[in-house]
Design a protein around this ligand. Structure first.
Ligand code: G3P
Length: 232
């Protein structure tokens, strides 16, 4: 099974670059990435991206915090282009489960990417709300989980087993921290991993040789010692 690589970025030039590269099958954005990329007008900026990214799937997230507004934003975003997935957080900022929003949109055939998932219980609840005929992505935040001392692998294993028979539902490894996460996601059978640009380049250049790694490391230390004119 192929684990697709998505690029986790809202940067215009990055999306433009990877849109033409076969290593990348799609893109994921979020409001923080949009902010980092300098987006001032959410819709205009998204349209600028959609002018270059016309085929590969791309996720744009809602940022409303109540269900009514969230639905309103989701319906609008869903009309922007055929390749758009609407990203919905599993809960709002008050911790309220967004199940009704997910259910309504998914039943209407709107492609969703359910985000900010940190537990198997959340995956189960989301899975129940999704229309199995509609394409959907469930994004589990591996890196942030690991940063907090939680092993993300068991949650992935259970989630992948749960959705396995549903070809329209994909499990996505989000919050990638290092290139090796791609190998982990592949071994698990994740459908997608979303990766920051710098790490995509590392994955592209996989095939490290341990001898070369040692030499590169030692040379780096030596060079820095010379540059700093260290003496003992
Ligand atoms: O786009 C969602 C996710 O991949 C964010 O990752 O690096 O902010 O934890 P990060």
């Amino acid at each position: 099974m192929k684990t697709k690589i998505f690029c986790d970025s809202a940067d215009y030039e990055t999306i433009k670059f990877f849109n033409n590269k076969s290593i990348v099958d799609g893109f994921t954005t979020n409001p923080s990435l949009m902010r980092i990329s300098g987006a001032k007008n959410y819709k205009d900026y998204s349209f600028k991206i959609l002018k270059i990214c016309k085929k590969k799937p791309i996720s744009f997230e809602v940022f409303a915090d109540d269900q009514k507004q969230m639905l309103k934003q989701a319906y609008k975003i869903s009309t922007w282009a055929k390749n758009v997935y609407v990203k919905i957080p599993v809960v709002n900022s008050k911790g309220k489960f967004m199940g009704p929003v997910i259910k309504e949109l998914s039943t209407k055939g709107i492609k969703l990417n359910i985000t900010a998932i940190y537990s198997f219980e959340q995956v189960e609840r989301v899975f129940k709300c999704l229309d199995k005929k509609t394409k959907s992505i469930i994004s589990i935040f591996a890196g942030r989980m690991a940063d907090g001392g939680i092993d993300p692998l068991p949650i992935f294993k259970k989630s992948i087993a749960l959705v396995k028979k549903n070809k329209n539902i994909e499990i996505l490894w989000a919050s990638t921290r290092e290139a090796y996460n791609f190998i982990q996601a592949k071994q698990l059978g994740c459908n997608i991993i979303t990766v920051p640009a710098k790490i995509i380049n590392q994955v592209y250049n996989f095939g490290a040789n341990t001898k070369e790694l040692t030499l590169g490391t030692v040379k780096g230390f030596l060079n820095d010692s010379k540059k700093s004119k260290f003496k003992i």
